[in-house]
Design a protein around this ligand. Structure first.
Ligand code: ADP
Ligand code: MG
Length: 277
């Protein structure tokens, strides 16, 4: 069911089912249609089923920044894993720029809550390895890895091993690795959750800067409405394995934290979203 909320007009609430239908940019961006995912687990002689995704239809237009919010357990990570090609759906399809997703690929930069680094590789080798998989020419790999590691504030840690870094620093290596692919699509699952407040703000600013520089489709999971409002063109609210609402963020860029706090439209939007969660 779609929510009806006071401050959001009906045009801003798009019908999630209609969103899956063909439109002018039907082929572009990320398109999730009729996604169902049931996890099955055997305990003794019983099969336990969890209906993680009941029916998810979602479109992220080319170059659009969409945040995905919703209570814990509503299926956000599952959606991202299916789009990343790391998890097979029970039914439904995912296409990226019109091509069906059947497995992982370097067309998608993925950042999960845990960075999944190779512990036996140095920081820079973790990034260049991903670039090798992406068939980036050899001579470009190190300079590109260096550029993105500098951007996440790890210029002095190239030769360290993941085990020698704090959790937040490891997470930033994972972010650098995903960004260095310069992918058409970025999938980020609470990527800044483990970072301290200052680093988090810095990473938010950098992410917007990169996205504005070189547009790409971003699907960004966050617990923070403030973060979603700061970053996104649109916020999709999930609830119990479904898309409950899709709300445009009609706030001019560049946005600042303070500006959002002072902007009455932003405050109304935030209050509406908060009511839904
Ligand atoms: P969110 O990211 O929104 O917190 P998840 O996508 O992680 O939600 O989980 C959605 C539902 O699927 C939850 O009920 C969760 O317990 C269940 N789930 C997630 N991963 C698995 C798994 N590997 N096996 C069984 N159930 C799972
Ligand atoms: Mg999750």
């Amino acid at each position: 069911m779609l929510y009806t909320i006071d401050h959001v007009t009906s045009q801003q609430l798009t019908n999630p089912l209609a969103a899956a239908g063909p439109g002018p940019s039907a082929a572009g961006g990320i398109r999730v249609a009729g996604l169902v995912k049931t996890y099955e687990r055997t305990t003794g002689r019983e099969i336990v089923r969890t209906h993680a995704l009941e029916q998810v239809d979602l479109h992220v237009a080319p170059n659009e920044f969409v945040s995905l919010v919703g209570p814990s357990g509503c299926g956000k990570t599952t959606v991202l894993k299916v789009i990343a090609g790391l998890l097979d759906p029970t039914s439904g399809t995912v296409t990226i720029d019109g091509a069906r997703v059947t497995g992982p690929g370097t067309d998608r930069g993925v950042v999960f809550q845990q960075p999944a680094l190779m512990p036996w590789l140095s920081v820079i080798d973790n990034v260049t390895l991903a670039l090798r998989f992406a068939k980036v020419p050899k001579r470009e790999r190190v300079p590109r890895a260096e550029r993105y590691l500098a951007l996440v504030g790890l210029a002095d840690f190239h030769d360290h091993f993941p085990g020698e870094l704090s959790g937040g620093m490891q997470q930033r290596v994972g972010i650098a690795r995903a960004l260095a692919l310069e992918p058409r699509v970025l999938l980020m699952d609470e990527p800044f959750g483990a970072l301290d407040a200052i680093t988090r703000q810095h990473m938010q600013t950098e992410l917007v800067r990169i996205w504005e520089d070189e547009r790409r489709s971003v699907l960004f999971v966050t617990h923070s409405l403030d973060e979603a409002l700061l970053l996104s063109d649109r916020i999709v609210v999930m609830e119990r394995g479904r898309v409950a609402a899709s709300v445009d963020v009609p706030i001019d860029r560049p946005r600042t934290r303070l500006g959002l706090l002072e902007d009455p439209a932003a405050r109304r939007l935030r209050a509406s979203l908060e009511e839904m969660l």
